[in-house]
Design a protein around this ligand. Structure first.
Ligand SMILES: [Zn+2]
Length: 227
């Protein structure tokens, strides 16, 4: 078996060159794009608010957060389920870490609130299983490349918070993939409780309907505001 390095992408795309600044520090008030099929990393300081915008309404954002002081502490969906007692976070809920600290708080969600916390990010192996023989852009590599682009390295690939991803869970636990139910321009905001590095990937999944039926995966946007 090949040596597994969690920080090393299986292929590359423009995510390697899309850093918003050399270390990922944003200019407050400015709106930045997350290019279609790519990922980007941003440093959000304690007290700042990050707003993620879904221009089309049908684009999923794979979302990760790492504590700036120690990236081995990161947003954890499994710990979140314990804290919230549900798999569906909503406005006012804390997003907790592997150390059960609140890294971010959801302060706004203009969409109907349908998001996923149970499905792993797409990756090279997933697309191979789906029949791809050539490299397919994927969220795990976008995370790795977005961090490399600001001089960091992913210490692992945590389970993502999949904004706007619609994975209905039946009472018997059966899951399926459905198109998002958000509207064009819907946005979610997160206030940072501690300094964090957030990575967002405009999911390039085009072999299941998670990014809409019959439409190409598109871009996202984000902005940072003080307080
Ligand atoms: Zn993806």
């Amino acid at each position: 078996m090949q040596h597994y390095d969690p920080g090393q992408p299986d292929g590359t795309n423009a995510s390697l060159t899309l850093a918003i600044s050399p270390d990922g520090t944003p200019e407050p008030g400015r709106t930045y794009p997350v290019e279609a099929r790519c990922g980007i990393a941003v440093r959000v300081a304690k007290g700042q608010t990050l707003t993620v915008i879904n221009p089309s309404g049908h684009q999923v954002c794979d979302f990760w957060a790492f504590a700036t002081e120690n990236m081995h502490e990161h947003l954890s969906m499994a710990h979140l389920h314990t804290t919230l007692g549900t798999i569906f976070p909503k406005v006012g809920d804390p997003l907790v870490s592997t150390l059960r600290r609140t890294l971010l708080t959801i302060t706004e969600d203009t969409s109907p609130g349908v998001h996923d916390t149970v499905i792993a990010s797409c990756d090279h192996a997933r697309y191979r299983q789906l029949g791809c023989t050539a490299y397919h852009d994927n969220c795990a590599d976008n995370l790795r490349m977005a961090l490399i682009a600001i001089g960091l390295r992913a210490p692992m690939i945590p389970a993502p918070f999949n904004l706007w991803m619609n994975v209905p869970v039946a009472p018997d636990g059966v899951t399926r993939f459905a198109p998002p139910v958000a509207a064009p321009g819907d946005r979610m905001s997160f206030r940072a409780n501690v300094d964090v590095i957030v990575v967002m990937s405009a999911c390039p999944q085009d072999l299941t309907p998670v990014n809409g039926e019959g439409v190409a995966p598109g871009p996202l946007a984000f902005a940072i505001t003080a307080g």
